[in-house]
Ligand binder design. Structure first.
Ligand SMILES: NC(=O)c1ccc[n+]([C@@H]2O[C@H](COP(=O)([O-])OP(=O)(O)OC[C@H]3O[C@@H](n4cnc5c(N)ncnc54)[C@H](OP(=O)(O)O)[C@@H]3O)[C@@H](O)[C@H]2O)c1
Length: 280
């Protein structure tokens, strides 16, 4: 029988990358949409899993609107349901129905006070989004099921607006561009994540893993590198986090280092691939 992979959140930035590359794999995929499967209803979730019997569930669903989570209590509550309790429910179901859960967490579980983070570093979120992801990790681990948690960061890729496409489109429209130059992270190409996960589908282990392209750059560096690849000569003004007042505290340095798995290819190669081979 063919290995069955259930992808949750397949309309999102990361989920749509899985859908795009799925045709290259000899696996059976299910991509249920919201109206087919209500992820916030544990009974319906269990019924779906019981009837479809997936061997793997890849959970790309989530509430990732960092600013709105911070400012709106209803959205914070929704984020707790999707980012904390959904992976917890899924990990319990993984024990009962014998599938491996692959789920995603974030660099925002860290406070950003170190130069870079390894998998075993202590979580200490400084905003509500990070808190929901951190609680999700903790609850999921408490079940001791077959679960692989991949922390990733600063995603860019096709099929949905993201920081890189936003900045490039601003440049093409000749708009003024100001970018924060004192927050560092590890931007990552969604297609690289999807291919890594599916290439190794049978060999993922339990635990937490940092899955990012190889780099540690600021938002400013990321913008400049993208423009350089596309030969765009727009001026990019540097601003500090202090100048760019926001209601959200963001970690100043949340670069991820992978000690438990090999890193993905370099940021430059991944960005070149995205910017030259996909629609922005
Ligand atoms: N984006 C980043 O930079 C980033 C960085 C670090 C980690 N991550 C993690 O990577 C994962 C994927 O992120 P992403 O950026 O791809 O997210 P995204 O683009 O916001 O997509 C979220 C997905 O979840 C689905 N969803 C949300 N609420 C739902 C609900 N109530 N019922 C059913 N489906 C629901 C959405 O469906 P609809 O289209 O129907 O709304 C969408 O398919 C998340 O775990 C995120 O925390 C992301």
């Amino acid at each position: 029988m063919q290995t069955k992979v259930l992808i949750l959140g397949s309309t999102g930035l990361l989920g749509s990358a899985f859908k795009h590359v799925s045709k290259n794999y000899n696996l059976e995929f299910l991509f249920p949409l919201r109206d087919e499967l209500d992820l916030l209803n544990p009974l319906k979730l269990e019924k779906y899993i019981k009837s479809h019997k997936p061997n793997f569930i890849i959970n790309c669903a989530g509430q990732n609107d960092v600013k709105t989570i911070e400012s709106n209590d209803d959205i914070f509550e929704l984020a707790l349901k999707l980012n904390s309790f959904l992976p917890f429910e899924l990990s319990k179901l993984s024990k009962k129905y014998n599938f491996r859960l692959i789920t995603f967490s974030s660099d925002y579980v860290f406070d950003g006070s170190k130069k870079s983070y390894k998998e075993s570093d202590l979580r200490n979120p400084i905003n509500r989004y990070g808190l929901t992801k951190s609680i999700g990790e903790q609850l999921t681990f408490s079940v001791q099921a077959d679960v692989s948690i991949f922390r990733t960061a600063w995603l860019f890729g096709p099929f949905k607006k993201n920081f890189v496409s936003f900045m490039v489109n601003k440049a093409i429209e000749n708009q003024e561009i100001k970018v924060v130059n004192d927050q560092y992270g590890s931007p990552t190409f969604t297609i690289d994540i999807a291919e890594y996960i599916l290439d190794n589908i049978e060999s993922h282990e339990n635990g937490v893993f940092h899955l990012v392209n190889d780099s540690c750059v600021s938002w400013y560096d990321l913008t400049r590198l993208s423009f350089m690849i596309l030969n765009l000569s727009n001026i990019v003004a540097k601003v500090s986090s202090e100048d760019f007042k926001s209601i959200v505290n963001r970690p100043l340095n949340s670069c991820l280092n992978s000690y438990n798995i090999t890193k993905l290819r370099s940021l430059e190669l991944a960005l070149k691939d995205y910017l030259t081979n996909y629609e922005l």
